[in-house]
Design a protein around this ligand. Structure first.
Ligand code: NAI
Ligand code: UGA
Length: 434
């Protein structure tokens, strides 16, 4: 099929590349000329394992190309995906200016019977709003489909190629069937293609993200309570997870969820409720718990140093909002760094890939290191924010020898409390402490 994807961010680039990989002719469009230039040279602007190779391979095969001009590709397209950002507006609701802008940019070039597929996460009602605008601009009854994306950064290609399900909302069932053709190569096992109405598809995306965010805030609240009652959340997690009704997924306690989606999507769904005079109390609590959880490492450090962090050398491992990405949008690390800087601490940080992004936001108020151990020279405490694999099994003897005082605040429960205590560390995890 001839496909156009508008937006070459995490979602657009992965969608376009994976669809090209299954034999479609794909053109990706972005308004950012610099990004398009880099992509044309086979350079990808984000860190996503495996993506660069796939972009190069499919570009070389002539199935994947990049442009800034919708006029150059939309006229030939049977399907036009819109995968632009939907950031949080000041009141928490989703800002639709990029989605509407993209729709308006493609409208003049849409061929008869082309399908516009909205992949961006958009509030209920947006697909109909976009359709109305497209109908107005083209003078035709434009086909529209809502196709929310469920991929995770860091394993985006695998998630796209092996989805748990594909959701498509449409007015006309034939439109959904055409979209199904695009997805059939990725749904060869028992995984379902779920057809539904536009509103249900839009809502499905928010409910999925809010459910996952709820699980995380719930387990974080329980972890904090475990510390107070002297229980170990790792044992409790296993104790509940074996109950098949509960399970293990997304119940790892930590420093709060970050990233470009959970925080904004929880707030956007709250805003939808508010607009309709409906109080979403659970979502309010989820957001509230998460805001507090992002401060959990700072509060532990402040308590340990009796509220005097001035001049204390603190090492921080992990800056991206989760491993295998350089994305720092709403990352808990930023909250920690800002609080430590404000308290006058001498902060030394490491991250395998996110340092350039953090440098752009935090500047030289902290010291960046290219090796994790270099942060520890005479450090008085180590805070672990992101569970990169290389932090899981470090040389603890070396760390003991390097640090001024062997104190670890582990925001991801990478280590075992008893082992750490035996080794001579003062150690505190999330929901695991002495
Ligand atoms: N990042 C993720 O893991 C996931 C994101 N989503 C949703 O997908 C959407 C896109 O997210 P990301 O890919 O992270 O966004 P992003 O911010 O990384 O990329 C968006 C891209 O769209 C481009 N753009 C904006 N207006 C344009 C226009 N008129 N024409 C052409 N290009 C335009 C921007 O220059 C940018 O390159 C959002 O609604 C997000 O909530 C859904 C699932 C996963
Ligand atoms: O809409 C989106 O953008 C995407 O949002 C999330 O994907 P992503 O944000 O890439 O990353 P996750 O792996 O879900 O992690 C989100 C945050 O939750 C935290 N988390 C996750 C799992 C867990 O058990 N505990 C926990 O604290 C992570 O550290 C991270 O900060 C969803 O998992 C995707 O399905 C969805 O498509």
């Amino acid at each position: 099929m001839n496909v156009v994807v508008i937006g070459t961010g995490y979602v657009g680039l992965v969608t376009g590349t994976c669809l090209a990989d299954s034999g479609n002719d794909v053109t990706c469009v972005d308004i950012d000329a610099g990004k398009v230039e880099r992509l044309k040279n086979g350079e990808i602007p984000i860190y996503e394992p495996g993506l660069e190779d796939m972009v190069r391979r499919n570009s070389a095969a002539g199935r994947l190309s990049f442009t800034t001009q919708p006029s150059a590709c939309v006229p030939g397209a049977e399907c036009v995906f819109i995968a632009v950002g939907t950031p949080q507006d000041e009141d928490g609701s989703a800002d639709l200016k990029y989605v509407m802008g993209a729709a308006e940019a493609v409208a003049p070039y849409l061929r008869k019977n082309a399908i516009v597929i909205i992949k961006s996460t958009v509030p209920v009602g947006t697909n109909r709003l976009v359709k109305r605008r497209l109908d107005e601009l083209t003078g035709r009854d434009v086909h529209i489909a809502s196709n929310p994306e469920f991929l995770k950064e860091g394993c985006a290609i695998d998630d796209f190629m092996r989805p748990d399900r594909v959701v498509v909302g449409s007015i006309d069932p034939d439109v959904a069937e055409t979209v199904h053709e695009l997805y059939k190569p990725f749904l060869r096992t028992e995984k379902p293609f779920l057809k539904m109405g536009l509103e249900s598809a839009e809502m499905t995306k928010y409910v999925a993200n809010c459910m996952l965010a709820t699980k995380i805030s719930f387990i974080n609240e329980m972890a904090n309570l475990c510390e107070l009652v002297g229980a170990d959340i790792n044992d409790v997690r296993r104790g509940i997870g074996h109950d098949q009704r509960i399970g293990f997924a997304f119940l790892f306690p930590g420093v709060g969820y970050g990233g470009s989606c959970f925080p904004k999507d929880v707030r956007a769904l709250r805003a939808t409720g508010k607009e309709l005079g409906f109080e979403t109390s659970v979502l309010h609590a989820v957001d509230d718990v998460n805001t507090r959880q992002k401060l959990v490492l700072f509060n532990k450090l402040a308590r340990h140093f009796k509220n005097d962090l001035a001049g204390k050398k603190i090492a921080v491992w992990g800056l991206s909002f989760k491993p295998k990405t350089d994305d720092i949008r709403d990352a808990p690390s930023l909250e920690l760094l800002r609080k430590l800087i404000a308290a006058g601490a001498n902060v030394h940080v490491h991250d395998p890939v996110a340092v350039p992004n953090v440098q752009r936001v935090i500047g030289d108020a902290v010291t960046y290191h290219s090796h994790q151990y270099d942060t520890l020279e005479q450090a008085e405490a180590l805070a672990i924010v992101t569970e990169w694999n290389e932090y899981r099994n470090p040389d603890f003897d070396y760390i003991l020898h390097k640090m001024k005082s062997p104190v670890i605040f582990d925001g991801r429960n990478l280590y075992d409390l008893n082992r750490m205590t035996k080794l001579g560390f003062t150690y505190s995890g999330i929901g695991v402490t002495r």
